[in-house]
Design a protein around this ligand. Structure first.
Ligand SMILES: Cc1cc2nc3c(=O)[nH]c(=O)nc-3n(C[C@H](O)[C@H](O)[C@H](O)COP(=O)(O)OP(=O)(O)OC[C@H]3O[C@@H](n4cnc5c(N)ncnc54)[C@H](O)[C@@H]3O)c2cc1C
Length: 336
């Protein structure tokens, strides 16, 4: 049975929903922004897939959903015609000697997930994983099940694929959803993926934005293989290697709805902390420093809900890439 389905919001959740639904149905995508979707949190994100590390901050069921999503990503990417970098080579977590208490505390708060646990490693094992960090760190943790994807490439490739499938796009239209219609136009189903754009319409469960800043660097003098997290009492950061010697350094987390440009303080913190991990960042080129607002409910848990013919996916907070494939599958399963 073919349905006429509208996807509202062409951010991370909207793309994944459109990719899945356009295999069977007629899909129209409405997006408030232009085709570059610069206001989508997913465009700014580091796109780390980190269920073990994030289990420190979220409930175990969400972290397990992260493992489920991890298995889905390769299949999603395989259906795209252009390459999208995906890796699952684990995450290395390190701390400078004076901050080893932060590393220990982090290790204690990681929740065991099925067979997946964090491995305590020494200086030699760190060198084996990341040769360029030799002699810099005495202790660390290795989280073997974790991964990451290149979100910029995923945004490009998903748009190209949906165009190929003749999905209709309506850009530059901030639409309203009411009486199961979009701007008075009826659809069989509406998939609401507006992220923070649904803020004033979620009456029962208020949404808020949680500000984050990330820096993207071109660093030809750095060769890290996998994401590296630095534990630090004030400036914990991660460094996510992307293709072509690019690195995403992130991310601040500030309880603020301000989406304005990054502050000097955040920029200094991110870049100084990265330099303490690898001195090769000194000569790196700062490609950009971007800000995004993570859409979050008050309990920081995502939600898939259905009212009439409107299915909403929202509240992905800092776990959009980690959780969206499983959440979109849940949403699609509610189409009868
Ligand atoms: C700095 C930063 C780093 C992050 N790092 C990670 C990470 O490493 N790993 C991870 O798993 N997650 C990460 N995230 C979180 C992840 O990016 C978000 O959870 C995810 O992008 C939310 O997806 P979404 O589709 O709900 O919202 P968005 O991606 O924000 O997309 C919503 C879209 O809806 C559009 N829209 C809004 N209102 C309307 C309307 N009325 N009509 C039409 N269109 C509308 C918007 O323009 C936007 O394009 C990070 C986020 C930030 C900000």
């Amino acid at each position: 049975m073919f349905y006429n389905i509208a996807v509202v919001g062409f951010g991370l959740a909207g793309r994944l929903a459109a990719l899945e639904l356009s295999k069977l149905h007629h899909v129209t995508v409405f997006e408030a922004d232009d085709e570059h979707t610069q206001n989508s949190a997913g465009k700014v994100a580091a796109a780390m897939l980190a269920p073990l590390a994030e289990s420190v901050l979220c409930e175990a069921d969400l972290a397990l959903m992260g493992l489920d999503s991890m298995k889905r990503w390769p299949g999603i990417i395989a259906e795209l015609e252009s390459d999208v970098f995906f890796q699952q080579q684990g995450t290395l977590v390190i701390a400078h000697q004076q901050d080893k208490g932060d590393l220990q505390s982090f290790a204690q708060r990681i929740k065991p997930l099925a067979d997946h646990t964090a491995e305590h490693i020494n200086a030699q094992q760190i060198t084996k994983l990341e040769p360029e960090l030799a002699g810099r760190f005495n202790q660390g943790l290795f989280l073997p099940c974790e991964g990451q994807i290149d979100n910029q490439a995923f945004y490009k490739a998903s748009f190209a694929q949906l165009n190929k499938r003749k999905v209709k796009f309506v850009f530059n239209q901030r639409v309203t959803i009411s009486d199961n219609k979009i701007n008075n136009r009826p659809f069989d189903y509406i998939i609401d993926c507006r992220g923070l754009g649904a803020k004033n319409t979620q009456v029962d469960k208020p949404l808020r934005g949680v500000r984050g800043e990330v820096a993207r660097l071109y660093a030809p003098e750095v060769s890290l293989i996998r994401p590296v997290r630095l534990m630090h009492p004030r400036y914990p950061i991660y460094i996510a290697p992307k293709p072509n010697n690019e690195y995403v350094i992130g991310a601040t987390e500030i309880e603020s709805q301000d989406s304005g440009a990054a502050t000097v303080r955040s920029t200094l913190e991110l870049l100084s902390a990265a330099y303490t991990v690898h001195s090769g960042f000194a000569e790196a080129r700062l490609l950009n420093i971007q800000t995004g607002l993570r859409p979050a409910f008050s309990d920081n848990r995502p939600e898939v809900s259905k009212v009439g013919n409107v299915i909403s996916i929202n509240g992905l907070y800092r776990h959009g890439y980690m959780l969206a494939p499983a959440l979109v599958a849940q949403a699609v399963s509610r189409i009868e």
